[in-house]
Design a protein around this ligand. Sequence first.
Ligand SMILES: *Cc1c(COP(=O)(O)O)cnc(C)c1O
Length: 347
Amino acid sequence: MIRSVRPHLAAVAGYVPGEQPRGATYIKLNTNENPYAPSPHVAEAITRGLDGRLRRYPDPVGQALRDAAGRLHGVDPAMILAGNGSDDLLTILTRACVDAGQPVLYPTPSYVLYRTLCELQDARGLAVPFRDDWTLDTTAFRHPRAQLAFLANPNSPSGTRLTPEQVAALAAGLDCLLVVDEAYADFADGNCLPLLKTHPNVVILRTLSKGYGLAGLRLGYLIAQAEVVAQLMKVKDSYNCDELSLLGAVAALEDQEHLNSTRGRIIATRARLTATLRERGFEVTPSQANFVWCPVGPRAVPLYEALKAGGILVRLMRYEGFPEGLRITVGTDAEIDQFLATIDTLR
Ligand SMILES: *Cc1c(COP(=O)(O)O)cnc(C)c1O
């Protein structure tokens, strides 16, 4: 027999991304994409990059992006590592920190990729359940031999957020890196950046996919102590970010005005969606992200199917020990109107 992939991979399901139907004209409220176009400066920057320089390799470290992110957050660019989406950075962190069999902490229900990355690494994923109020028990979210901990904050699918004080308490209880995945921080009332000064084991993860409306570009970055970044550099692909993505991402980061205006629109629509669903009798978890979570239990599958038949895709999510629910991305006002009208036909 041919020795092929590592045997444990046969038992790994692999991550299943939200549906990305090609050609169909669904209203897509299932993968938390931004309904608004990115800054027009992004296309300008990418177009300027098509001047022949693509025959060369890109900057291996993406220094222009590190400088732009450093300026934006007021940190040393040596503390920034750019990735091909923040998923790339999650993979780099897992490969860099965790050996087979070693414990890795993450909460549940949360971003399912954390579990998948542990499975791929043959690590021991330890899923710590959120409490009913979507906080975490600090004494439960620890393990003496944990090699890495992930925390999506704001969390998906709940849209809830631990305060920086609560995250600081988690970090203080860990002897390993705590990756605070802030994919949705652009829609929240605050973030954990200040913890970088007080808790050297905190790693902050940001992405251009959600707030900046650039999921197709594939660019994320992490912020950590410079010594940590220097080690992670060894693990990443030599050219993990392409020239055009780097150019576009720098332009996006430099247009904070655009970010602020789309963020404001999404937050206003989120409030309206939440209030309207509650009027219709749905339980809606208060959201700090660009989606809302409705734990609808056994109605989840029929609602999901009926919405899909009506041309609307939402994300059906199931987590062991928690009620099934629908995660609904905040779209444009017109999209949300159509979603609500469809919901009304189903009651
Ligand atoms: C969307 C998302 C990401 C992935 O972001 P990319 O930069 O597109 O790879 C990471 N973490 C969480 C919690 C997300 O929801």
